[in-house]
Design a protein around this ligand. Structure first.
Ligand code: GTP
Ligand code: MG
Length: 293
């Protein structure tokens, strides 16, 4: 990596929302220096990578890879963003079988992609835990989500639940999901989910290749981290990092870890989505010369 660009999270978010090329946005964040903020007590424990560090002789993330260290304020704003209220209505909008049926609006969108059964719908459901009226359908049976489903978060952004690829992938996957990823102007960030218990499979490498071809900024989120032992989880993190290092140019170097079952890591992801969508303004404080952080 030729890491010389120094750009803040705020700059990334601004670029993302102002529609500057997705490619330059993610390259900026990928090569960004560590955001120089001290995490506030309590907030950093929300990062499931942290308890794994004592088991590793080397840093799990180099400073240059640790792009996001959430503060308590980031977490608070992330929680607010995804809490339903009269002034922040959260709900299902529509299912689009093809991109031309997608809703028309000027908000940023964040898409959740991954193998069937990896936990995409469950993660969106976990993110909407404080929006109890929202129904996100999940299932033990792979191939459950068949269309591209849009969920609106106030007037701020949309989360997009995609059909899974791989086993029992919908027949029209190319015309629906792939076409959405290839063409959707509102798409600002893509969350690629990988099951930490199985690791990156060949079919995931194909998905990575596709996202790279589209020059899409994306991040990898390891799911179902409540299942493996800490040692297996740590191995999965290092394997994922190797994939990011060897196969990607547009992927965030920092993998995120989540459990939709016990909500580990979900608050951190909410804050990150808020910031990179330009909704949360934390970095204003971090960037300000008067900032005490
Ligand atoms: N233990 C555990 N199980 C999970 C987690 N997330 C999802 N699951 C389970 O995994 C199965 C699949 O979850 P979904 O969220 O429907 O998966 P999906 O990726 O949306 O699947 P498709 O729509 O078929 O592509 C369900 O049985 C979930 O309960 C998690 O974090 N921990
Ligand atoms: Mg689903």
């Amino acid at each position: 990596m030729q890491g010389h660009a120094t750009k803040s999270m705020l700059a990334f978010a601004k670029e993302a929302v102002s529609g500057i090329s997705k490619c330059s946005s993610l390259n900026s964040i990928r090569h960004a220096s560590r955001v120089s903020r001290t995490s506030t007590k309590g907030a950093s424990t929300l990062d499931p990578l942290k308890p794994l560090q004592p088991m590793s002789a080397i840093p799990i993330l180099e400073d240059s890879e640790r792009i996001f260290v959430p503060t308590a304020e980031d977490i608070r704003q992330g929680e607010d963003l995804f809490t339903a209220s009269k002034t922040n209505e959260i709900g299902f909008v529509l299912s689009a079988p093809k991109p031309e049926f997608a809703p028309k609006h000027d908000m940023p969108e964040v898409a959740f992609v991954g193998r069937s059964n990896v936990g995409k719908s469950s993660l969106i459901k976990a993110i909407f835990k404080k929006a109890p009226g929202v129904v996100v359908k999940t299932s033990k049976t792979p191939g459950h989500t068949k269309t591209v489903n849009f969920f609106q978060v106030g007037r701020h952004l949309m989360l997009v639940d995609m059909p899974g690829y791989g086993f029992r992938q919908p027949r029209d996957f190319a015309e629906s999901a792939e076409a959405y990823l290839a063409t959707r102007k509102n798409l600002k960030n893509t969350v690629l989910l990988i099951d930490c218990n199985t690791g990156v499979k060949d079919v995931d490498l194909l998905a990575i290749e596709m996202l790279e071809q589209f020059s899409l900024p994306y991040m990898i989120v390891l799911t179902k981290i409540d299942r493996p032992s800490k040692h297996l989880l740590l191995r999965s993190v290092f394997d994922t990092k190797a994939v990011i290092w060897n196969h990607t140019s547009f992927c965030l170097p920092q993998p995120f870890l989540v459990s939709s079952l016990n909500l580990d890591g979900v608050a951190m992801l909410k804050a990150f989505i808020g910031i990179t969508s330009g909704v949360i303004t934390q970095s204003q404080m971090a960037d300000s010369p008067n900032s005490s952080r």
